[in-house]
Design a binder for this molecule. Sequence first.
Ligand SMILES: Cc1cc2nc3c(=O)[nH]c(=O)nc-3n(C[C@H](O)[C@H](O)[C@H](O)COP(=O)(O)O)c2cc1C
Length: 265
Amino acid sequence: MQNKIKEAKSNMLGIYFSGTGNTKYCIDKFVKNIESDAKILSIESENIKEELLNNKDIVFAYPIYYSSLPKIVRDFILNNKDLFKNKNVFIIATMGLFSGDGAGCSARILKKYGANIMGGLQVKMPDCIADVKALKRSKEENKQIILKAESKIINAAQKYKNNAPTKEGLSIIYHIAGLVGQRLWFYNKTKEYSSKLKVDNNKCTKCNRCISLCPMNNLKVIDNKINTKNKCTMCYRCITNCPAKAITLLGKNVIEQNNINNYIN
Ligand SMILES: Cc1cc2nc3c(=O)[nH]c(=O)nc-3n(C[C@H](O)[C@H](O)[C@H](O)COP(=O)(O)O)c2cc1C
């Protein structure tokens, strides 16, 4: 029995934040290609601390916002810094186009708190910014992106199993690319939570889906209207899942709600 518990505790654990599903899809593929019965858990899960405490080999995944960590992810690391000490951490960063050192962004902080950084992987996925036209692609192009992402993930999982994990996003060259490519100009965008989320209460059908989905409890009903507070982590989950397309953040209208299921098969 003792041995059995010990064995279970040495399993790999995947922990992630995913606003609209891309990152969850990637970490699931990576981890299951290494250990078919490995668990993946969102950082929003109630038992995340306990699971983190009980597992040594961690895969940590998140999307990149403006070549930086989403505020919710940075805060998660800072609030749980002691739990990362001596963990073996492999990092996956997902992005719409370019992140420079997406994986390095958390690697540097985690290393400071005593984690052993095993490797990194940066995966291009469909763009999740539902209300900005810039990175919108056709359904066929997004299907191709997912196919490429899958083969990259499977390759990286194989390398991890062979004890030669990929190191994408971790070196100084990536660091400079992340800084010069975006972070020097956009760092302020993810420094604090945003107060810019807007709900068009004329379009809103009061289904309250946004309220239940928000990882930050940033939305609430006041006088039969959905109101937003100033704690938006910009994950686009509410915007992507609003049936009335009534919520916006960076743009004025919802153009395309990211749904990975539209691009698989
Ligand atoms: C506020 C915001 C900023 C983003 N900035 C970048 C960026 O700098 N570079 C990039 O390639 N993708 C960027 N993206 C796209 C996401 O990183 C990408 O679509 C990611 O896979 C979404 O993952 P998720 O579905 O797990 O939330 C950004 C997305 C958001 C919402």
